[in-house]
Structures are given as structure tokens and as C-alpha cells.
Design a protein around this ligand. Structure first.
Ligand SMILES: [Fe+2]
Length: 467
């Protein structure tokens, strides 16, 4: 009898130990227990001060800039005039100069259902000096407005530079909080990498494009002064054949310019730029990307071109994440992952930023490229030379947070939290970069999740040199 109870006690202990081991084996990274203060997910009203129309006849509004060439010596200035086309000219000058130069752009308009846009101007300024502050003026002939920007340093391996990261922004009170946090961050992002889903105008009846105008006015306070690097999300597709809108991306393509031709792309939806020590590849999750498609072909030629001795940091932006452990949008990026992950691993991409899921998540450095239908191996493995995947679709739009997570947290997931916020990628030199994620409910300087990124390409190079 005694023997039997000792035996069953031992058995229980053994099962317990096995279970504990199993649980530990399943546990991934950190799922934050932070309880966020949940605001209502409504857009700010049309008469909010952040949407204010500038005073004066035909005053330029929705002014924003983006990079205008491949190297960073060009800037595209975009603005909208409401009453008449007005001038397409941009005047620009350096801080200490009394001579003003001018560049000539073009104007477009579009109709979408029952909406007609204002006069949308795009003007590329070329051959600027690197690392220089410029002032610029738009609206000549009627009401003029002045802004400024600073060009990046010449691309080079040791050039420090800071990038902000925002995705899925929208125009709610939370969106405003995200933008304010980004602007007031002591880390001072110099260029914003935007990972898609901009205005959420398409959530309104007939995709009310007035909400594209309000969004343009909302972001002007940042985007007129530093480049926002655009990538398109599903909320930019605006494909509604039922109301006669059967051509995708119409509002987005008219409103936002990208320097795609400079990287020999055939579409404004995918392209690349060099900026300081970074090479940034923008992809389109909602354009054809399978084998032989224009996007696939472009990337085939593009990746081997990246010279890591000039731009050591290789960054990819896309809207739909290839790694996400949230329930919402689960595995939507899987087709893209199957096609492109082997290239990202091969070419030593450092970090892939995506949005789409309205939350934050950072992966470990992982690769899952061994899979084929014969060997059945399909699970991400840690690989210090593989990219880190960061989902930052937490800008704060009207659809609210994605709070439901797959359980248990998979091992590839290092940190996940359903809060609104933004990121800062602070490139220090050729080998080290620091990434911080800032949640909106903390002070401007607080980092809720951080990571030191070691440059994949140079880490491997050094490892090979030593061995
Ligand atoms: Fe999305």
C-alpha cells in the first residue's frame, strides 16, 4: 500500500516535471501585461484645430515632402490649392543665402465617386547640397507659405541617422497623440518611414475623400518639414467597382509622389532610396508580387545592387507583416514570406518593418526558409544573421487595437503589446543601431521596448574574417 502511494507520488512528480518543461519549451518572448487606457476609436471632428484650413485665397494646404531621388539630394514637395491651380513653382534657398532658386512641378486632379479633389501639385527639387538646411515657399501668385527641411548627409557607412516609424495612423485622438509623441521625442527622428494605411478615408460612405484632405492637413505639421517615406497599405486600394471605382490606388497615387523611377521601378508602389547609411526598400503588399511579376522582377535586380560598404543598413518596408502572432490578420503575409524571406535572409536584410496589425510586435532574428512540401520542416529557427521583423501598425486609427493574441506566444516573437505608439531607429554607425518603441501612454522619452541591432552583413563579415 505504502509502496503504491510512493510510486503514484513519484509518477505525479514526473508528470509535473514533464509538464513544466513542456510549458517552458513553448514559451516565447514577452507578452506585455501593460493595461492601456482605451479611448473611443473615433476620428477627430472635421472642425478640429489639427484640420484647420490655412488662411488666405487659394492658400496651399496638405504640404508634405518626400525624398526625390535615389541618393538624398532631391526632394519632392507636394501641396494642394483649393480654388484654382495657381503656380507649380517652388522657391527654395539655403539658410544664409539671399539668392532664391526655383523648381517647376506639375498639377493633377482626380474624381472619386462624387468627390473632386483640389489642385494637387508635385514638384521635384534636384541637386541640393547634402546635409544642408533649406527653406522653401509654395503658393506663388496668391497666398504663399514657407517651410524648411534639412537634406541628409551624403550616403556613407559611418553616417549616423535617425528614422521614425509610424503605421496605420488614421486621424483619431490617438493618431494625434502618436504624432505628438513622435514630434516631441528627444530622439528627434530625421525622416519618417511610414508603413502604410494612411487616412482611413475608405471607412466612410463612398470613401469620403474629404477625409483624405483632413489627413493631409493633419500630418503637415511634421511632413512639411521632414520627408515621409511612403508605402501603401490595404486602406489605399480604394477599389469599389459598385460605385464605379474599379481602378486601385487612385487617391493615393494622385496625392503621394515617390521617386520610383530613380531606382528603375516601374511603379510608384515599390521603389528604393539611399538615405545616409541606410538603403531602404519599399514593397507593395497589395500589388502582384508572385514570380515573374514586375515587383518580383524589380526586387530580383534590386537586392544584388545594394552596396553594404556604402549603405550598411538594409531596411525593408511593407504593409502586411510576414511574422505576426496576433489573431487579427493572422498569416495574411504568408504568401509574401514564402517568396521573399529566402532573399531577405540571403541578402542580410537587417530589419523588416510592417504595419497592418494594430499593435506592436518585435520578433527574434529568425528564418524559416527550410520548408518544402517534401521535408515538412516549417518552423522559424533563430538565426543571428536573419532579419528582425517589427510590426508597428499602432498609429491609432479608428479601427482600434488588435488585442487578441495567439497563445502560447510563439518562440519567434520576442515582445508584443497591444498599445498605440511609434518607433525610432537610431543608426549609430556601420555596425550598431538602436531601436526603441514608445507607447503613447508614457512620457515622450520613455521606451517600452528596445533593441540593439547589430548589422547583419558586417557581423557575418567579421565572423568570417576571424574564423
Ligand atoms: Fe492594413
Amino acid at each position: 500500500m505504502v509502496e503504491q502511494s510512493v510510486y503514484s507520488g513519484f509518477l505525479c512528480l514526473l508528470i509535473g516535471l514533464i509538464l513544466i518543461t513542456k510549458i517552458q519549451l513553448c514559451v516565447g518572448g514577452i507578452t506585455s501585461d501593460y493595461v492601456r487606457n482605451y479611448n473611443s476609436n473615433v476620428d477627430m471632428p472635421l472642425d478640429s484645430d489639427v484640420f484647420q484650413v490655412p488662411h488666405g485665397y487659394n492658400a496651399p494646404q496638405q504640404v508634405y515632402i518626400t525624398q526625390g531621388d535615389h541618393d538624398g539630394k532631391g526632394v519632392i514637395v507636394s501641396w494642394t490649392t483649393p480654388n484654382e491651380p495657381g503656380a507649380n513653382t517652388v522657391l527654395y534657398w539655403t539658410e544664409n543665402s539671399c539668392v532664391k532658386s526655383s523648381a517647376e512641378g506639375f498639377v493633377v486632379r482626380y474624381k472619386y465617386c462624387n468627390y473632386t479633389s483640389g489642385y494637387i501639385h508635385h514638384c521635384t527639387i534636384n541637386d541640393l547640397e547634402f546635409d544642408t538646411k533649406y527653406y522653401y515657399e509654395v503658393g506663388l501668385g496668391n497666398t504663399t507659405r514657407q517651410f524648411w527641411f534639412v537634406t541628409p548627409p551624403k550616403p556613407g557607412p559611418y553616417v549616423p541617422y535617425t528614422f521614425g516609424l509610424i503605421g496605420d495612423l488614421g486621424q483619431t485622438y490617438d493618431s494625434n497623440s502618436t504624432l505628438t509623441h513622435y514630434e516631441l521625442s528627444p530622439l528627434k527622428g530625421q525622416t519618417l518611414l511610414f508603413v502604410g494605411d494612411l487616412s482611413y478615408a475608405d471607412n466612410y460612405p463612398f470613401h469620403n475623400n474629404i477625409r483624405w484632405d483632413t489627413w493631409g492637413r493633419f500630418i503637415e505639421r511634421s511632413a512639411a518639414y521632414q520627408p515621409w517615406i511612403w508605402s501603401a497599405g490595404n486602406h489605399e486600394i480604394d477599389f469599389v467597382p459598385e460605385i464605379g471605382e474599379s481602378k486601385p490606388f487612385v487617391p493615393y497615387k494622385h496625392r503621394f509622389s515617390t521617386p520610383y523611377r530613380a531606382s528603375e521601378s516601374t511603379s510608384p508602389l515599390w521603389y528604393s532610396i539611399k538615405r545616409a547609411s541606410a538603403y531602404i526598400i519599399v514593397m507593395s503588399s497589395y500589388s502582384a508580387f508572385g514570380k515573374y511579376t514586375p515587383q518580383w522582377k524589380w526586387l530580383t535586380n534590386e537586392l544584388p545592387k545594394v552596396d553594404r560598404s556604402e549603405t550598411p543598413w538594409l531596411i525593408v518596408l511593407m504593409h502586411c507583416p510576414m511574422y505576426s502572432s496576433y489573431v487579427h490578420h493572422y498569416m495574411e503575409g504568408e504568401t509574401m514570406r514564402v517568396i521573399y524571406e529566402p532573399w531577405f535572409v540571403k541578402y542580410k536584410v537587417d530589419v523588416v518593418f510592417a504595419g497592418h496589425v494594430h499593435a506592436y510586435e518585435r520578433s527574434e532574428s529568425v528564418s524559416n526558409v527550410a520548408y518544402n512540401i517534401i521535408n515538412g520542416k516549417c518552423s522559424p529557427v533563430k538565426d543571428e544573421f536573419a532579419p528582425v521583423y517589427i510590426t508597428i501598425g499602432d498609429g491609432g486609427n479608428q479601427e482600434g487595437l488588435a488585442t487578441e493574441m495567439t497563445q502560447p506566444q510563439p518562440r519567434y516573437s520576442a515582445y508584443r503589446e497591444a498599445s498605440f505608439g511609434h518607433g525610432i531607429l537610431d543608426i549609430k554607425n556601420r555596425t550598431h543601431a538602436y531601436f526603441g518603441w514608445h507607447r503613447n501612454h508614457d512620457g515622450f522619452a520613455v521606451e517600452a521596448d528596445t533593441l540593439w541591432l547589430l548589422n547583419r552583413y558586417w557581423k557575418l563579415k567579421e565572423r568570417v574574417a576571424v574564423s
